[in-house]
Ligand binder design. Structure first.
Ligand SMILES: Nc1ncnc2c1ncn2[C@@H]1O[C@H](COP(=O)(O)OP(=O)(O)OP(=O)(O)O)[C@@H](O)[C@H]1O
Ligand SMILES: [Mg+2]
Length: 228
């Protein structure tokens, strides 16, 4: 058996204090192996986004541990976290979250992790390569407002890939798209799992899209109620 690439151990997440406390995650334990494609489903408010944010180190759990590729992200300082995130994970959001003042190319360039190993030309080539991979190379100089939702999401996927992380987290990546466009975006994500062997964790409301995953975690009231 390979070592799990994602380990969630005894994780709880509470928002607020006292009587207003919301238990968004309750004693979550998950192990995901490299190359898995996992869907996370469940009703609105059950904790799907919270789980993804905590797994990705975007939010700290109230207690418990998260290991990504063997690294305990709950122990990493705020200063070092951006680098770990860049190395380990890509994140695709429902609302794309592209920077409006930057072109497609510049949105990707903006997240390239500066590393002494990479020369400027090499970094440029990496940004162009991921744009090509999502079939947006011809639109590289377009701004987000000049693109359709599906095109913006493809650029957002390219941005998630450019540092070549092993893990891709997607939170309702098709939620703002019509079903045909959404299916196209999901096919790209499935292709990254198949061809790049990326580990994919996909949150979706859409039972139609669950078919792309090989494992489904169902959540209810902050807990995982089924895993198969
Ligand atoms: N910043 C916050 N402060 C307080 N409560 C929060 C916060 N973020 C989320 N919650 C609460 O935590 C619970 C889980 O929220 P979460 O966003 O993870 O649900 P979700 O499953 O992603 O829902 P949806 O399908 O609607 O996106 C909800 O009860 C929500 O109200
Ligand atoms: Mg959500």
């Amino acid at each position: 058996m390979p070592n799990p690439i994602i380990q969630v151990q005894g994780v709880n997440k509470e928002y607020g204090r006292g009587k207003k406390t919301v238990a968004a995650l309750k004693d979550i334990n998950i192990e995901i192996n490299p190359g898995e494609f996992v869907a996370v489903v469940g009703p609105s408010g059950c904790g799907k986004s919270t789980l993804l944010h905590v797994m990705a180190g975007l939010e700290a759990p109230t207690n418990g541990r998260i290991l990504l590729d063997g690294v305990d992200v709950t122990l990493i300082s705020e200063r070092d976290m951006p680098k770990v995130r860049a190395q380990k994970i890509g994140f695709v959001f429902q609302s794309f979250l592209l920077i409006e003042d930057l072109t497609a190319y510049e949105n990707i360039e903006a997240v390239l992790w500066p590393s002494l190993e990479y020369r400027k030309e090499k970094q440029e080539a990496m940004a162009l390569e991921v744009l090509r991979e999502v079939d947006m190379l011809e639109r590289k100089d377009h701004f987000p407002r000049q693109m359709s939702g599906g095109e913006q999401q493809r650029v957002a996927i390219a941005r998630a890939l450019v540092n070549n992380p092993p893990i891709l987290f997607c939170d309702e990546p098709t939620g703002n798209l019509d079903s045909k466009t959404g299916e196209g975006v999901l096919k790209i994500i499935a292709g990254l799992n198949r061809d790049r062997k990326m580990t994919v964790v996909l949150v979706t409301h859409n039972e139609e899209l669950v078919k792309y995953a090989k494992r489904v975690l169902r959540m209810k009231d902050g807990a995982i109620v089924s895993d198969k």
